[in-house]
Design a protein around this ligand. Structure first.
Ligand code: PDD
Length: 286
């Protein structure tokens, strides 16, 4: 069965969906995106993703393609049309396709482009990697300076994943000014004793929707949380490490730059947070 995708008001088989070669998303990475996970046919943290999308659009003075209600309806329609149980929905908004390539933003007569598609991941919440834990390498953070805006400029994160792969690792954590910013497509955490440490929010990192939920659950479970920068040395000496994102939920990290973290096995705090996050997300999904 061909996947049904959404492009500018139409639901089409993926092979028939088209975007202009003049689209600024294609020519200039002038576009923002969101990834919302789907569990049991329901959307996890939809309101959080829409709120962050609104912020990304407003930071870039990009017109909004649809209301929150319309976006919710499109997400649900795609879940239904593709019979999606577990997986994710990718949404991208671009500044549209003006008549010619031009650095200057087009005027308001050019409508934004809105594209959404689904990716099926059966058993998303039951990833084998969660049982063994993942490995990361450290690399310099060479992205632009507004990582709080979720743009589609993903070339460096993509290069980062290739650097990790070349070293036999699953992903990379990025370092800037001597401290870890985040993973290539996730937020980074360490645990020392009973304290969870993760980079504080700012332009240097993306304000993860999963991060917000996980920190809230951690605090509700009386765990200690410190939001501050941490160094690679601190990470190497930590008892546990993990990442969070919409597609991995909470995923333990057991090795950094070839060195075991703690006993080189998924830690108890990461495992507990993963359990709570998945349980609560299933309950609150819409
Ligand atoms: N990535 N940091 C970066 C750089 C990210 O790209 C992501 C998400 C996150 C985690 O954000 P959230 O918890 O809202 O998913 C942090 C998505 C999943 C992606 O690009 O596929």
């Amino acid at each position: 069965m061909s996947r049904i995708v959404y492009v500018n008001g139409q639901y089409l088989p993926e092979g028939e969906a088209k975007v202009s070669v003049f689209d600024r998303g294609f020519l200039m990475a002038d576009a923002v995106y969101e990834v919302t996970s789907v569990l049991g046919g329901k959307l996890v943290d939809f309101d959080g993703h829409t709120a962050r999308l609104r912020r990304s659009l407003s930071e870039l003075d990009m017109p909004s393609p649809a209301t929150d209600e319309e976006l919710l309806a499109i997400h649900r329609e795609l879940v239904a049309r593709n019979d999606l149980s577990d997986g994710m929905i990718y949404l991208q908004v671009t500044r549209g396709a003006p008549a010619d390539r031009d650095f200057v933003y087009p005027d308001a007569s050019v409508p934004p482009t809105l594209v959404l598609f689904t990716q099926s991941k059966p058993g998303l919440a039951d990833s084998p990697l969660a049982r063994t834990g993942m490995t990361v390498v450290s690399i310099p953070d060479q992205r632009w300076a507004r990582r709080d805006i979720k743009t589609v400029q993903l070339l460096y994160p993509s290069m980062g994943k290739m650097m990790a792969k070349a070293q036999g690792a699953d992903d990379a954590w990025m370092i800037e000014d001597g401290v870890i910013t985040e993973g290539t497509s996730n937020n980074a955490y360490i645990v020392k004793g009973d304290t969870i440490v993760t980079r504080d929010l700012g332009p240097q990192i993306l304000s993860g929707i999963t991060r917000a939920a996980v920190l809230r659950f951690a605090r509700e479970a009386q765990m200690k949380v410190e939001e501050r920068p941490f160094t690679l040395d601190e990470a190497l000496a930590a008892d546990e490490a993990f990442i969070t994102s919409a597609t991995t939920f909470v995923m333990p990290v057991v090795r950094i730059d070839g060195r075991d973290i703690g006993r080189g096995k998924p830690g108890a705090i990461a495992a507990r947070l993963r359990e709570i996050y998945i349980e609560e997300s299933r309950k609150s999904a819409i």
